[in-house]
Design a protein around this ligand. Structure first.
Ligand code: HEC
Length: 212
């Protein structure tokens, strides 16, 4: 058993090294073939996981090929493509319930394996925002890959453009920053339009503890 674990660990380590190598010199097809060969074959086979997320879409291919530094023209193409794909809540309300939004912001479930099963739309798939952003002052453990979101609405107000930007940024950050490293939480159905509108309220509303 221990031996098997070591073999798996070293196979994965080799795959990561090989993937890093391919990202530098291989074509997107090389990277895909390697992902198919290693992850698809060995990663929880037969457990009903949906592994289609290992297949790069055009935006990911564009960002891989340009090493996340697209030309101005390519960046505009990506942003226009992404902007067209944003889905809004059916009732058109981009500001939902900040209390529900606080839960989504705090919950670390996001991309956890097992949460990403499109046939289970009700599975919890929260935002894990603290992994990368500072939020409420009382929360000491937060990542800093993204900027602090503390006092988001207090600083920016609640105008229509701010509400719209906040919604669209969370839905798919690449609408504004073509090769953003922020996960595409709406696009990838980790969060529903309702979840996102609740997050917008949590970020923007003056009643939200984030703005106290
Ligand atoms: C894996 C890290 C990561 C996670 C998780 C993440 N973000 Fe981000 N986010 C970033 C990065 C990096 C940026 C800055 C780059 C950019 O603008 O695309 C950013 C930018 C933003 C911005 C725009 C900030 C500005 O000044 O314009 C907002 C709003 C935001 N994130 C909200 C969220 C919310 C809400 C969540 C949880 C649902 C979340 N993010 C989860 C990495 C992350």
């Amino acid at each position: 058993m221990i031996r098997k674990k070591i073999v798996i660990a070293s196979t994965l380590a080799a795959a990561v090294v090989a993937l890093a190598g391919c990202a530098a010199s291989g074509t997107p097809q090389d990277v895909q073939a390697l992902a198919d060969q290693t992850f698809k074959a060995s990663f929880l086979p037969g457990k009903g996981q949906d592994l289609t997320r290992l297949e790069q879409d055009q935006t990911q291919i564009d960002c891989s090929v340009s090493k996340a530094a697209p030309s101005e023209t390519l960046a505009e193409t990506i942003k226009a493509r992404v902007a067209k794909s944003i889905v809004y809540p059916a009732d058109g309300k981009l500001m939902g319930d900040w209390k529900a939004g606080a839960k989504v912001f705090n919950d670390g479930f996001a991309y956890r394996i097992g949460s990403f099963i499109p046939s289970k739309p009700d599975a919890v798939r929260a935002g894990n925002c603290y992994a990368c952003h500072q939020g409420e002052a009382k929360e000491a453990a937060y990542g800093n890959m993204g900027s602090s979101l503390q006092h988001w609405g207090k600083i920016r107000g609640q105008s229509e453009p701010i509400v719209k930007y906040t919604y669209e940024k969370i839905y798919n950050a690449k609408a504004f920053n073509a090769c953003s490293a922020m996960p595409r939480l709406g696009h990838n159905q980790i969060l529903s339009p309702k979840h996102i509108s609740d997050l917008v309220a949590y970020l923007v509303s003056p009643d939200s503890p984030l703005n106290k």
